[in-house]
Design a protein around this ligand. Structure first.
Ligand code: KIV
Ligand code: ZN
Length: 513
């Protein structure tokens, strides 16, 4: 493969991904994801839209200060105040980029911007020149490019490259394009923009018609050398092109794409899990690459084929994407050393007090559950090693409920070494339990969403509860795990309270897709 056959992966999970309704993340969670993306080997991390809120600005700044290998990028509209904010947020990064955008389709120019083509062209060129005075690496996106007049796209792309843009991104903002059409748009840009070899062509596709990945791959075949995507395909409306699907398609079909990415694919499942945890968006079991069933064979014919020769039914190796399967690993007789070593193999390093806490928790789970799988282990540590302070913790829980009685739950919580007790009735045990917790903590939380999932299989599986709650006017996502689903529910709610009590970033404003 030739040198320019490297496709850059531009991850926008922290910007476009976070614009998925209900997916907002805290500064700490974003930083944790940024570290995971750097480990994964993405080339560019779009960390946010700094002008949109103080929270976004601070998150981008904290990513910029900490990330060393990937380029850290901040989004800006084609106006000075946005570009200034973007620059201020990313300037500490070892490698930084400003991404400027402006809509170019007739619909957007007429109704949203109320500007002519000439005015838009001038705004775009001025914005790129202004950004270029601050940083060398400037990307320009003509928003809604796939619905823009082709000649206008050729012209604006040519002019922004003259003004200093080093990457030109062609967004299918509303997910309207189809693969052959989008591929030919990229081919046309290559053939009609005289200075196109001075910039990298990037693509950015939304999944409204379910073809964001297909569109991105079609563009790669036509010479696009940067793909903008998100982990698990999260994003505005139906989401963005999924990073893991693009990376694995390029890796699995070099005969078609004839290019490579720098991604360490073995990190894919880990980052997918982290994003799912932080956003509360559960990955569907049938999701390509990262779904729980993506490498599971149920049919007898398939299992027989796989046992005879793996390639009969498997086109990728599960271990190549870091898929863990459910191999039995530890039990109640396993020691601290084995526990720590297995976590290390799973990419989690815990020491000191955190290790003591996680090990204690593992022992109590192993006592209740005969078999402890890798997924259980990860759920245990994720539950114990929160990125926020544990202000309140659960001491004990006792419940009475049934078909013909009103549910009543007794809860004991601990805060700063002191124990607090309350009992409450409610419409079912979870309601009673949450009311008792509210009475102890003296908050009035509103439960916006509640989901329960088993971590592994079997009647004794750990249950993982994911909730979204509004507490003190902040919406937060939190999780709790236990073999007892009421205990898991209580833990999720206490975690949500702790998250709110330790967060300082204000709520974000609305962004763009
Ligand atoms: O979808 C879109 O057009 C965008 C741009 C800001 C690149 O997200
Ligand atoms: Zn977008």
């Amino acid at each position: 493969m030739a040198k320019d056959d490297r496709v850059l992966i531009f991850d926008t999970t922290l910007r476009d991904g976070e614009q998925a309704p209900g997916a907002s993340m805290s500064e700490k969670e974003k930083l944790e994801i940024a570290f995971a993306l750097e480990r994964l080997g993405v080339d560019i991390i779009e960390a946010g839209f700094p002008v949109i809120s103080e929270g976004d600005f601070n998150s981008v700044k904290s990513v910029a200060k900490n990330i060393k290998k990937s380029i850290v990028c901040g989004l800006a509209r084609s106006i000075k105040k946005d570009i200034d904010a973007s620059y201020e947020a990313v300037r500490m990064a070892k490698k930084h980029r400003i991404h400027v955008f402006l809509a170019t389709s007739k619909i957007h120019m007429k109704y949203k911007l109320k500007k002519s083509q000439e005015e838009i062209l001038k705004m775009a060129v001025d914005a790129v020149k202004y950004a270029k005075k601050k940083v060398a690496d400037v990307e320009f996106s003509p928003e809604d490019a796939s619905r823009s007049e082709r000649d206008f796209i050729f012209k604006i792309v040519e002019e922004v490259i003259k003004a200093g843009a080093t990457t030109v991104n062609i967004p299918d903002t509303v997910g309207y394009s189809m693969p052959s059409e989008y591929g030919s748009l990229i081919a046309d840009i290559k053939n009609n923009v005289p200075n196109i070899n001075k910039a990298i062509i990037s693509v950015h596709c939304h999944d409204d018609l379910g073809v964001a990945v297909a569109n991105s791959l079609s563009a790669v075949r036509e010479g696009a050398r940067q793909v903008e995507c998100t982990v698990n395909g999260i994003g505005e409306r139906a989401g963005n092109a999924s990073m893991e699907e693009i990376v694995m398609a390029i890796k699995t079909r070099p005969d078609i794409y004839r290019c490579k990415t720098r991604v360490n694919t073995k990190e894919i499942c880990r980052v997918s899990r982290l994003v799912s945890k932080s956003t509360g968006f559960i990955v569907p079991p049938n999701k390509a690459i990262v779904g729980n069933n993506a490498f599971r064979h149920e049919s007898g014919i398939h299992q027989d084929g796989i046992l005879k020769e793996r390639s009969t039914y498997e086109i990728m190796l599960p271990q190549d994407v870091g898929f863990m399967g459910t191999g039995l690993i530890l039990g109640k007789h396993s020691g601290r050393h084995a526990f720590k070593e297995r976590l290390k193999q799973l990419g989690v390093t815990v020491k000191g007090k955190e290790l003591d806490l996680a090990f204690e928790r593992f022992k109590s789970v192993a006592d209740k559950k005969k078999q402890v799988f890798d997924e259980d282990l990860l759920a245990i540590v994720e539950d114990e090693l929160k990125v926020y302070q544990k202000v309140w913790s659960l001491v004990s829980l006792e419940s009475q409920s049934g078909t013909d009685i009103k549910s009543k739950v007794d809860v004991v919580l601990k805060c700063k070494g002191k124990k607090f007790h309350k009992s409450h009735t409610g419409d079912g045990p979870v309601d009673a339990c949450y009311k008792a917790i509210d009475a102890i903590v003296k908050v009035k939380g509103e439960l916006l969403d509640y989901a329960i999932q088993s971590v592994t299989r079997g009647k004794d599986a750990l249950g993982e509860v994911t909730i979204k709650a509004k507490i003190k006017s902040s919406s937060v996502i939190a999780h709790g795990t236990s073999t007892d689903i009421l205990e898991a529910s209580a833990k999720a709610y206490i975690n949500a309270i702790n998250k709110v009590l330790s967060q300082k970033t204000p709520a974000k404003k609305k962004g763009v897709s």
